[in-house]
Design a protein around this ligand. Structure first.
Ligand code: SAM
Length: 440
């Protein structure tokens, strides 16, 4: 660890002692959440939580939470996707990417999904997100977070960056590379990151990061923007990687992201230290030369869809809110995003949402459709308060008493935010909350 501290001293100069105070205060670290505006407004969440949220400077939906708040993952509003638990400075990279509604965005190293879900909220269901993770079990966690946050317009894949970016060459307006790194900004909250640190590891991370960036650039359109970020302080993995990338790729230049959090480095890139209000982050915005063209709207599928599928769709949701780009793949009825990049022969876990599953001669609704629906888009719904016994029982997988006149597949909401569904008859709601998500 002495090598790490020597490097930090060289990097920070007069500020090293301030850094040491943070570094030595083990057990303490910044904690935060980001409001998912696809499902809940900031004002609404502030009213529903029983503690105060303090604004963070890195993104307007990102907040500090008090240290004494624990088990936030069990909160029904978390199950409903109203917020994502995220250390505030981790939201800085997407702010610097400046995602706009309608953009086509690739998040290349995406699990567990903090930044992908932030990008999706900025897209506001317009445009398209491709979210990729190389490690299979992490890709599944990513998918589960994409589903929890109610994202309609995303594809989730489990591919090697070089394969994916070759196949999707020139498809994206914006690309995020939140690269695997030596994690020096994680040391205060994760002691394994610290125990795995070595100078050799830093060097090998830098080689891998440059390789990933050199793949990522291929997926970008001319005139597109790429943000490279890490949660480490090392100069080799930050300024070093950017310097080498720019040398190898004269068609890219650093661009001012017009943010004022953290502190500048390489003129336009930003660094965040614990003294700046976050555990640690680096982000640089790179612009590719050329003229950006906008995607034209993808045609809806012209395939003939059995009218029973539309009857089923209309029996659950008002006005076909996910669009009509329907495909039946195996036993699954998928509503593809309204706009998307097609994905033949790529390891895709999901594109769009699963409306239902064909079981024998019936279609059963799928959890992901209810998570992506707004309460007022659901034909039948019940709504429980965040502190009610009913919502706790539902999240535990129990049956819940409902009005006698509610029948059939019914959305379950917590304070007006969908969290799943059940099937109602005779005043009871039979629980369909997925077993793997239930409270223990
Ligand atoms: C810093 S994490 C991403 C965090 C994520 N962006 C978020 O905000 O939740 C980096 C990710 O890169 C993945 N990764 C590891 N090796 C990789 C490689 N060679 N190419 C691409 N991604 C890799 C890791 O599995 C990890 O999920």
């Amino acid at each position: 660890m002495n090598i790490f501290l020597d490097k930090m001293k060289a990097l920070l100069g007069d500020e090293f002692d301030d850094f040491l105070k943070f570094y030595n205060s083990s057990g303490e670290h910044y904690r935060g959440l980001r409001v998912n505006t696809l499902k809940c407004s900031v004002e609404k969440l502030e009213k529903l939580l029983n503690f105060d949220l303090k604004s963070a400077p890195f993104c307007s939906e990102s907040f500090y939470i008090p240290n004494e708040i624990t088990s936030l993952g069990n909160n029904p509003l978390h199950h409903a996707g109203a917020f994502y638990i995220q250390e505030p400075s981790a939201s800085s990279a997407v702010t610097m990417l400046d995602v706009q509604e309608g953009d086509y965005v690739l998040d290349l190293c995406a699990a567990p999904g903090g930044k992908s879900t932030q990008i999706a909220a900025k897209l506001n269901s317009k445009g398209f997100l491709w979210s990729n993770e190389i490690v299979k079990n992490r890709a599944n966690i990513l998918l589960s977070n994409i589903e929890r946050m109610g994202i309609r317009n995303a594809t989730v894949s489990n591919a090697y960056p070089e394969v994916l970016c070759d196949r999707l060459a020139g498809c994206f307006d914006k690309v995020l590379v939140d690269a695997p790194c030596s994690g020096e900004g994680m040391f205060r909250k994760d002691s394994t990151a610290e125990s795995e640190w070595s100078d050799e590891h830093v060097k090998s991370c830098a080689e891998r990061q440059l390789k990933i960036l050199n793949s990522a650039k291929n997926a970008l359109k001319d005139g597109g923007v790429m943000v490279y970020s890490t949660c480490t302080f090392s100069v080799e993995e930050n300024e070093g990687v950017i310097g080498r990338f720019l040398e190898e790729n004269p068609d890219f230049k650093l661009e001012d992201a017009n943010v004022n959090f953290g502190r500048p480095t390489l003129e336009y890139a930003r660094r965040i230290f614990p003294m700046d209000g976050g555990e640690g982050h680096f982000a640089a915005r790179l612009k590719k030369s050329g003229e950006l063209y906008k995607n034209s709207f993808t045609e809806n599928s012209k395939k003939k869809i059995d009218s029973k599928i539309f009857d089923f769709y209309d029996s659950l949701f008002i006005g076909r809110p996910f669009g009509e780009n329907i495909e039946v793949i195996g036993d699954k009825i998928i509503v593809l995003p309204q706009e998307y990049v097609s994905y033949e022969k790529l390891p895709v876990l999901r594109s769009g949402i699963i409306l239902g599953q064909i079981v024998k001669n019936r279609i059963e609704p799928h959890h992901s459709a209810f998570m992506a629906a707004k309460a007022d888009e659901c034909v039948s719904k019940v709504d429980f308060d965040v502190n009610s016994a009913e919502i706790k029982a539902f999240l535990h997988g129990e049956e819940v008493a409902v009005d006698n006149n509610i029948k059939g597949y019914t959305a379950v909401c917590v304070n007006g935010i969908t969290v799943g569904f059940g099937k109602c008859s005779n005043g009871r709601l039979k629980n369909k909350y997925p077993k793997g998500l239930r409270l223990l």
